[in-house]
Design a protein around this ligand. Structure first.
Ligand SMILES: *[C@@H]1O[C@H](CO)[C@@H](O)[C@H](O)[C@H]1NC(C)=O
Ligand SMILES: *[C@@H]1O[C@H](CO)[C@@H](O)[C@H](O)[C@H]1NC(C)=O
Ligand SMILES: *[C@@H]1O[C@H](CO)[C@@H](O)[C@H](O)[C@H]1NC(C)=O
Length: 521
């Protein structure tokens, strides 16, 4: 038997591959030296590329002005003084008797103005320190001022005291529209107590129009956003059910009622306006039959679900917050429809205003709402518009302007109201911007994976420097300049906060899967 003779048939298949495997391996594998080189290549590769990898994936975290933000947080909003120009008609003060010095008008106004200022400071001093607030205005006697107070000699004025201050709605020779006017009848000028009456009227007017305490932004009002859409909708409950309203003079109504309100607000809000008529806006409930007399009543519970989600109120063409003003025309089957409350209008917080309008029962099929018919609802809308945007209404101590008594149209928004709106929104925006900046600093410090790129850092720096500019606007006595800084600061802070580079991670942090719950059986 040869050595190579396989012991059995199966053995040959064992031995032959073991020999040829070595040969195959030798053929495939490179020589040992070459293998070592290849093996070394990997660590080398890693060594060379690691810095690049690190550079490419390292988290960019630019430093933030944390100390400046902390200083802003600690600082209070600067107190800005509004200048009020104080003027009077030449005949508003009595001429002194022969031989007594007649001081120039300006001197008389200055003496009176100082007494008024002292009077208001006296009223404030009587209040408890915590509630006192600070006087936010000063009287000046020449130069430019956003606000104006004027003593007007007026033959049409009430001849009996007390004097009745009002905010003018028409520009006259000596007084611009929006001035606080103290009307005095020529027969009153010789009154011995005239100066005291002036002082009372001025204190009453100025102190109530510009109270020391700012109203906050109430819950029913929109938080500040620069762009707001006003949507006016005429809703027919069911046009197919007998008579309905087919059209309205909405453009004229807007021109008469809303333009005088929104035009002066241009420094604060950009309004866009849309309107539409709906022919089928059914109620989701059946109103109660009225207890006394014919018709239907909507109770307080039904009021809460009055506006149905199925009405297509919004055009959906805007990302702005929308305030809706709805004129609701009940179907023929539900007329007359009234609220259980005294008026037929209600405000829905942060949403809008609703007015019920029952057409006259004269059997007509289709109605067109003229300006006459719309004056009532739109006057109501303006009142609710004030509520929804936190605009102060005319205080009771200030009378209605004589020229406005007549058609039911609210007085145009006056510079006095704008001053309060600017300050209210300044306070709101400043607080919001500081809060956002401070929470970003805390968040970024806490989450080490969070990036701070140049884009985010620059927005934060921008917001900080706007806020740091506020004290200078106080020195310039400009609530308007201060408001603009606060508006831009909050916009920049929000842009930084909602920057995609930060948001991605925030989303991850907020939505990281929580540890699975151990089911307890
Ligand atoms: C004039 O003032 C008196 C007293 O305040 C008041 O009763 C009266 O109604 C006023 N007259 C006019 C026309 O406003
Ligand atoms: C407001 O509208 C203007 C255009 O009128 C637009 O440039 C701006 O981005 C809008 N701002 C917001 C916060 O929507
Ligand atoms: C309104 O928009 C214009 C231009 O789109 C802008 O210049 C202005 O500052 C805006 N006003 C407010 C209050 O945001």
């Amino acid at each position: 038997m040869s050595k190579s003779d396989p012991p059995g048939g199966s053995a040959s298949s064992d031995a032959a591959p073991s020999l040829s495997a070595d040969a195959v391996l030798g053929a495939i594998n490179p020589p040992a030296r070459k293998r070592l080189l290849v093996a070394l290549c990997f660590p080398l590769f890693v060594l060379v590329l690691a810095p690049y990898w690190w550079w490419a994936t390292a988290i960019e975290r630019l430093p933030l002005p944390a100390a400046r933000i902390a200083a802003l947080e600690a600082a209070s909003t600067p107190e800005i003084t509004t200048r009020i120009l104080f003027t009077a008609d030449a005949g508003a003060f009595p001429t002194p008797p022969e031989g007594r010095a007649n001081f120039p008008l300006r001197t008389k106004l200055q003496v009176l103005g100082e007494e008024v200022t002292k009077g208001v400071d006296g009223i404030l001093a009587q209040q408890r320190p915590a509630e006192r607030g600070a006087r936010r205005w000063e009287l000046v006697y020449d130069g430019d001022a956003a606000l104006r107070v004027h003593i007007a000699l007026d033959g049409a004025a009430n001849t009996s005291f007390p004097l009745e201050p009002y905010v003018s709605t028409l520009a006259a020779d000596s007084v611009p529209s929006g001035a606080l006017v103290i009307p005095v009848h020529p027969s009153q000028v010789s009154d011995l107590n005239l100066k005291r009456h002036y002082k009372i009227a001025l204190i009453n007017g100025i102190h109530n129009l510009l109270p020391a305490h700012l109203p906050g932004v109430p819950v029913r009002a929109l938080a500040y956003r620069p762009n707001i859409t006003l949507s006016f909708v005429l809703l027919n409950e069911d046009a197919a059910d007998g008579s309905y309203v087919s059209g309205w003079d909405v453009e004229q109504a807007l021109r008469d009622h809303f333009l005088p309100q929104i035009t002066p607000l241009a420094p604060v809000f950009n309004f866009s306006i849309e309107s539409q008529v709906l022919y089928h806006a059914p109620l989701t409930f059946e109103p109660d039959a009225a207890e006394a007399g014919p018709g239907w009543r909507i109770n307080d519970e039904q009021l809460k679900v009055f506006v149905s989600e199925r009405w297509s109120l919004d055009s959906g063409s805007t990302n702005n917050p929308v305030l809706r003003f709805l004129v609701f025309v009940p179907s023929a089957a539900h007329r007359p429809l009234h609220l259980a409350a005294a008026s037929d209008a209600f405000l829905i917080p942060q949403f809008g205003s609703v007015v019920l309008l029952n057409p006259p029962e004269d059997g007509a099929k289709a109605y067109h709402l003229t300006l006459d018919a719309l004056d009532g609802p739109f006057d109501q809308f303006v009142e609710h518009f004030y509520g929804l945007l936190s605009i102060p209404a005319r205080p009771a101590q200030v009378h209605a302007a004589p020229e406005s008594r007549g058609r039911a149209i609210a007085s145009p928004l006056s510079p006095w109201q704008l001053d309060t709106v600017l300050r209210t929104r300044l306070a709101e925006n400043t607080a919001e911007a500081k809060k956002t900046l401070a929470s970003m600093v805390r968040l970024i410090a806490k989450i080490e994976e969070m990036q701070v790129g140049a884009g985010v850092r620059d927005k934060i720096l921008g917001a900080v420097s706007k806020l740091e500019g506020l004290p200078a606007t106080a020195r310039a006595a400009s609530p308007r300049a201060a408001f603009v800084l606060s508006r831009d600061a909050v916009a920049l802070a929000n842009e930084a906060f909602f920057d995609p580079s930060m948001m991605g991670l925030l989303y991850f942090v907020r939505h990281a899967p929580s540890p699975p719950h151990v089911a307890s059986l």
